[in-house]
Design a protein around this ligand. Structure first.
Ligand code: ADP
Length: 302
C-alpha cells in the first residue's frame, strides 16, 4: 500500500504564436483542459502500475474539484481522504505554450495551499497500513514536515520528490528514506552544478550527508543516478523518441514507489521507474501518458 500526499490541479493550456506582452491580447489555438498537479499525477501513475494508492489532497467546492475527484475514482485511487475546502477554489494552472514549445505558466494553488497537518492526521490509520509515503512540494511545507514525522513514528519509508525546488529544513531530511530531485532541483538543494557523473555523485553525496539513506537524481534522457551506502550507479534511460516530457518525473516517482513497495532493491526499482517514465514521454499529456503495468516489459515479478 502506498500513501500519496500532494497537490491536484487543473491545467488549462492554450497554444499561441507568441506570448502576450503586458496589456496585449493574442488569439490562441484550441483550449485544452487536463487534470494535473504533481500529487495527482504521481498517485495516478502509481495506480496504473498496480499500486494500491490512497491519495490525500484538498480540492475546492467547485467544478474543477469535482472533476478531479471523478478522475481519482476512475483511475482506481482511494479517494476516501480527499478533503473539500469550503473557502478556496481548486488549484489551477494557466499554461501558454508558444510556437517553439516554450511555456509560460501561472499556478493558483487554491485549496492545495490549505492542506494542513490536521488534515493529514485524519488519515493516521493509513500511515499504519502503508509501506511507502510519497510526497512532493506543491502543498505547504509544514504539512510535508508533519507527514514525514508521522511516517517516521510508524517507521514507514518516505519518498520525497522535492519539486518545485525549495530549501528544506534540516529536520526533514532525517525522516526521508529517499529523495528524488531532478537535475536542477539537486543543484538547488546542494549548490553543486551537475555537469557529469562526478558532479552528480558529489551532489548525491551532499544529500546523503544530510541524513537520507537513498538518493535518486533523475537526469532526463540520461536516466537516473542511484546512490546509497552500497550503490553509486547511473541507470541509463530507456531509448525512446520523446514527444512530450510533461510529467516524466511524476511517472518516475509513482513507479519508484510501486516497485519499492513491492520490495525491490533500489537499482532494480530505478530501472522499473526509468522504463515507466520512458513510455510516458512517447505520449502526450501528464496523467494521460502514464503507462499501465502490462505495458512494462520487465515488470517486477512479485
Ligand atoms: P522531470 O520531468 O521532473 O524534470 P527528468 O527530466 O529528470 O525529470 O525525467 C525523469 C525521468 O524520466 C528520467 O530519469 C528518465 O527515466 C525519464 N525520461 C525523461 N526524459 C526522457 C527521454 N527523453 N527519454 C527517455 N526517458 C526519459
Amino acid at each position: 500500500k502506498i500513501l500519496v500526499i500532494g497537490s491536484a490541479n487543473t491545467d488549462m493550456v492554450i497554444k499561441t504564436k507568441h506570448f502576450p506582452l503586458p496589456g496585449e491580447t493574442v488569439l490562441g489555438g484550441r483550449f485544452i483542459m487536463n487534470p494535473g498537479g504533481k500529487g495527482a499525477n504521481q498517485a495516478i501513475a502509481a495506480a496504473r502500475l498496480g499500486g494500491q494508492i490512497t491519495f490525500i489532497t484538498k480540492i475546492g467546492n467547485d467544478i474543477f474539484g469535482r472533476q478531479a475527484l471523478q478522475q481519482f475514482l476512475k483511475e482506481g485511487v482511494n479517494a476516501g481522504y480527499v478533503i473539500s475546502d469550503p473557502d478556496n477554489p481548486s488549484g489551477v494552472a494557466l499554461i501558454t505554450v508558444d510556437e517553439k514549445g516554450e511555456n509560460a505558466i501561472v499556478v493558483a494553488p487554491g485549496s492545495n495551499g490549505t492542506l494542513s497537518p490536521e488534515d493529514v492526521t485524519k488519515a493516521e490509520a493509513v500511515f499504519a497500513e502503508a509501506e511507502i509515503i510519497l510526497m512532493q512540494l506543491e502543498i505547504p511545507l509544514p504539512t510535508v514536515l508533519f507527514a514525514a514525522d508521522l511516517a517516521a513514528r510508524y517507521s514507514k519509508k518516505v519518498i520525497l520528490n522535492p519539486a518545485p525546488a525549495a530549501l528544506l529544513p534540516y529536520e526533514l531530511y532525517r525522516n526521508l528514506y529517499i529523495i528524488t530531485p531532478n537535475r536542477s532541483e539537486a543543484e538547488a538543494l546542494t549548490g553543486v552544478l551537475i555537469k557529469d557523473l562526478a558532479t552528480t555523485e558529489q551532489a548525491a553525496q551532499k544529500l546523503r550527508q544530510k541524513g537520507i539513506a537513498n538518493v535518486v537524481i533523475t537526469l532526463g534522457t540520461e536516466g537516473a543516478f542511484a546512490y546509497n551506502d552500497s550503490l553509486a550507479k547511473l541507470i541509463p534511460a530507456t531509448l525512446v523518441t520523446a514527444v512530450d516530457t510533461t510529467a516524466a518525473g511524476d511517472v518516475f516517482n509513482g513507479a519508484l514507489a510501486v516497485s519499492l513497495a513491492e520490495g525491490l532493491e533500489l537499482d532494480v526499482a530505478v530501472e522499473f521507474a526509468n522504463q515507466a517514465a520512458a513510455i510516458s514521454v512517447t505520449r502526450m499529456g501528464a496523467q494521460a501518458s502514464a503507462p499501465f503495468r502490462k505495458e512494462l516489459l520487465s515488470a517486477p515479478l512479485k
